[in-house]
Design a protein around this ligand. Structure first.
Ligand SMILES: CC(C)(COP(=O)(O)OP(=O)(O)OC[C@H]1O[C@@H](n2cnc3c(N)ncnc32)[C@H](O)[C@@H]1OP(=O)(O)O)[C@@H](O)C(=O)NCCC(=O)NCCS
Length: 265
C-alpha cells in the first residue's frame, strides 16, 4: 500500500514537472516567434527568420533578458545578473534583469543600449543604438523611465529619471529627455522639448537660444546712466575750470560789481 502511494506521488510529480517544462517551452517558443516578427515588421533590411535569430544582437539581448528577468522575479539575483552580464558582453546591450519589458520590443543595431533596473517598457517599442533609459542619480526607488506602447527612441537619445513617455511618442536621435513627454508627441533636442503633438507642429515662439537676459539688460541700463552722469560731470568740471581760468581776467570794475552783488567786503 505504502509502495503504491509512493509510486503515485512520484508519477504525479513527474507529470507536474512535464507540464511546467511544456509550458516553459511553449512560452519561450511564443516569445521567440513574437520577437522575430517584431524585427520583420520594423526592419526593412531583415531577410529571413534564420538570419534574425542568428545574427540580430537585439534579439539575443531580449531573449536573454526574458530568462534573466524570470530568475530575478524568483529571487535568483546572482544568476539573473550573470546572464545579463554575459549578454552584455556578447551583444553590447545592457539590460538590468529587473527591467520590465512588454511584448515585441525591437532593439535595432543595439550596441551601447543601457536599460536600468526600474525601467518599464510597453508593447511594440523600438530602441536604436546608444539609447540610455537611465537614472539621473538624484532619485531612489523608481528612478528609471516608463515608456508607453509604440514608443520609438532614436539613436543616442537619453531618457533620464522616473519620467513617462506617453504611448505613440517619438524621441529624436540624440535628444536628452528629462521631463515627461505626452502621448502622440515628438520630442527633440537637449533638454528635449515637444515639437509635434497629435501630428501638429507645436509653436515655440520663444527663441530658446537668444532669450533676453534680465541681468544683462539691467547692467546695460546702468552703463547708459553712468555714461550720461559722466558726461554731465565732465561738462560741470569743464565749466568750473573755465570759470577759474577766466576769473583773473575779469575786469576790476566788474569784479567789484560782482563783490558788491554777492555782499563781499
Ligand atoms: C524625430 C524623428 C523621429 C522625426 O519625427 P517627426 O515627428 O516626423 O518630426 P519632424 O521630422 O517633423 O521634425 C520636427 C522638428 O524636429 C526637428 N528634428 C527632427 N529630428 C531631430 C533631431 N534628431 N534633433 C534635433 N531636431 C530634430 C526637425 O528638423 C523639425 O524641426 P522644424 O519644425 O524646425 O522643421 C526623427 O527625426 C528621428 O530623430 N528619428 C530617429 C531615427 C534614428 O535614430 N535612426 C537611427 C537609424 S540607425
Amino acid at each position: 500500500m505504502k509502495k503504491k502511494n509512493l509510486l503515485e506521488r512520484i508519477g504525479g510529480g513527474i507529470q507536474r514537472a512535464e507540464r511546467r517544462v511544456a509550458y516553459a517551452i511553449l512560452g519561450a517558443e511564443r516569445e521567440v516567434r513574437e520577437t522575430v516578427q517584431a524585427v520583420r515588421e520594423r526592419d526593412p533590411a531583415a531577410r529571413n527568420t534564420a538570419e534574425i535569430l542568428l545574427l540580430y544582437s537585439g534579439v539575443h539581448a531580449i531573449l536573454a533578458h526574458r530568462v534573466a528577468h524570470k530568475l530575478q522575479t524568483n529571487q535568483h539575483y546572482f544568476s539573473a545578473r550573470a546572464i545579463s552580464q554575459v549578454s552584455r558582453f556578447v551583444t553590447g546591450i545592457e539590460i538590468h534583469p529587473g527591467a520590465t519589458i512588454g511584448k515585441n520590443l525591437f532593439i535595432d543595431h543595439g550596441s551601447g543600449v543601457v536599460i536600468g533596473e526600474t525601467t518599464e517598457i510597453g508593447d511594440n517599442c523600438t530602441l536604436y543604438q546608444g539609447v540610455t533609459l537611465g537614472g539621473t542619480g538624484k532619485d531612489v526607488g523608481k528612478r528609471h523611465p516608463t515608456l508607453g506602447d509604440n514608443v520609438m527612441v532614436g539613436s543616442g537619445a537619453k531618457v533620464l529619471g522616473p519620467v513617462k513617455v506617453g504611448s505613440n511618442s517619438k524621441i529624436a536621435a540624440n535628444a536628452v529627455v528629462l521631463h515627461p513627454v505626452p502621448e502622440n508627441s515628438t520630442a527633440v533636442g537637449i533638454p528635449a522639448r515637444v515639437v509635434r503633438r497629435d501630428g501638429v507642429k507645436v509653436k515655440n515662439d520663444l527663441d530658446q537660444v537668444h532669450i533676453p537676459d534680465p541681468v544683462a539688460q539691467q547692467l546695460n541700463l546702468m552703463e547708459q546712466r553712468i555714461a550720461a552722469l559722466q558726461a554731465q560731470l565732465d561738462a560741470l568740471q569743464k565749466g568750473s575750470e573755465t570759470a577759474t581760468a577766466i576769473s583773473p581776467e575779469i575786469p576790476e570794475e566788474n569784479r567789484q560789481m560782482q563783490d558788491i552783488k554777492e555782499g563781499n567786503e
